[in-house]
Design a binder for this molecule. Structure first.
Ligand code: ATP
Ligand code: ZN
Ligand code: MG
Length: 303
């Protein structure tokens, strides 16, 4: 038996995360949020000179765009849809009866709305940019942040069901977007070093569903399409991905009709910061009391 209090329990005890009774769904204290805000300001300082266009979408996206994205082909196990009661008064009475008896699932007659929970901050961006027309020859750069939903309940505080992702997305030529990705790998390592975090970078793959998914994952690895920046949070031997660096080749460009001014299909890449994971890595590494963090780290984050 593990007699040590888990990191999650220590975060609850310190009040940094607030238990809701659901694994992976937590409230956050003012202190926890202040760390995320400070780290986002660091991101702004590092990326601010690149001229990215900022956009903020709510944590739900247009269901039609979600369907077109192919998310249900690759990650059906992670998706979350928004369903609502759409019945009449009679339906309402049987709904209440059903809830009272508690034998049947009262949500069964709910209908899917036009909204799906956003699975990654960049998903609403591609159809938005496609609607605007061709991408300028010099490429395009976007700055995004969104709460994201993934149905992966876990008692690992670093694996949440609703969490925030800050992203930069680049669209342009292959050279353009692969240079963008490389520059953020270098910047990411430097930023984490500045806040006193031990990092490694490794090739990675997404959790594509099922047997066919194994092949997609292998292919993604073989072609170096995804890298992760890893920091120890709950385990030193299995550090946690706190950033990811994804090159989509022209897959999203073709899917969404993202074309360059010369008519060629745009390549795209995105770089994501897992904001809760970075905050957790800081608390894990430097302690649960921010007042005790190394002076250099405090200075980087709060000036
Ligand atoms: P993992 O392999 O740990 O599941 P991922 O490959 O699914 O991570 P991405 O899809 O690349 O992660 O998402 C971008 C970033 O969002 C990740 O690098 C991570 O920091 C963060 N992230 C992903 N899933 C979660 C989660 N369930 N809880 C908190 N942060 C997450
Ligand atoms: Zn993305
Ligand atoms: Mg994952």
């Amino acid at each position: 038996m593990d007699m040590q209090t888990s990191f999650l329990d220590r975060l609850f005890d310190a009040g940094l995360l607030i238990d809701t009774g659901v694994d992976g769904l937590y409230g956050r204290s003012g202190q926890f949020e202040d760390v995320i805000a400070a780290f986002e300001r660091l991101i702004d300082r590092v990326g601010g000179g690149d001229g990215a266009e900022a956009m903020r979408f709510p944590p739900g996206m247009n269901r039609a765009f979600f369907e077109k994205s192919g998310y249900m082909k690759s990650f059906p196990q992670l998706a979350g849809t928004v369903h609502s009661f759409c019945g009449n008064e009679l339906d309402h009475m049987s709904l209440l009866r059903c809830m009272e008896v508690g034998e049947e699932d009262w949500t069964r007659d709910q209908k899917a709305t036009d909204i799906v929970l956003t699975p990654a901050a960049c998903y609403p961006l591609y159809p938005t940019v496609a609607r605007r027309g061709p991408i300028p020859a010099k490429g395009a750069l976007y700055d995004l942040q969104s709460y994201c939903f993934r149905h992966e309940p876990s008692q690992d505080p670093a694996r949440q069901q609703l969490f925030r992702m800050r992203e930069y997305v680049c669209m342009g030529t292959e050279k353009h977007v692969t240079d963008f990705r490389q520059s953020w790998m270098d910047r990411g390592v430097a930023m984490m070093k500045e806040v006193g975090l031990e990092v490694t970078i490794d090739v990675a793959n997404d959790p594509f569903f099922g047997r066919a998914g194994k092949m997609l994952a292998n292919n993604q690895r073989d072609q170096d399409l995804k890298f992760e920046l890893l920091i120890p949070i709950t385990s030193v031997s299995k550090p946690t991905a706190c950033m990811s660096f994804n090159y989509h080749q022209d897959a999203f460009g073709s899917k969404w009709g993202l074309n360059m001014e010369d008519g060629s299909v745009a390549h795209t890449a995105c770089v994501g910061f897992g904001l809760e994971r970075i905050a957790l890595a800081l608390f894990h590494t430097h302690g649960l009391d921010v007042a005790d963090w190394p002076e250099s780290v405090r200075k980087t984050l709060w000036g």
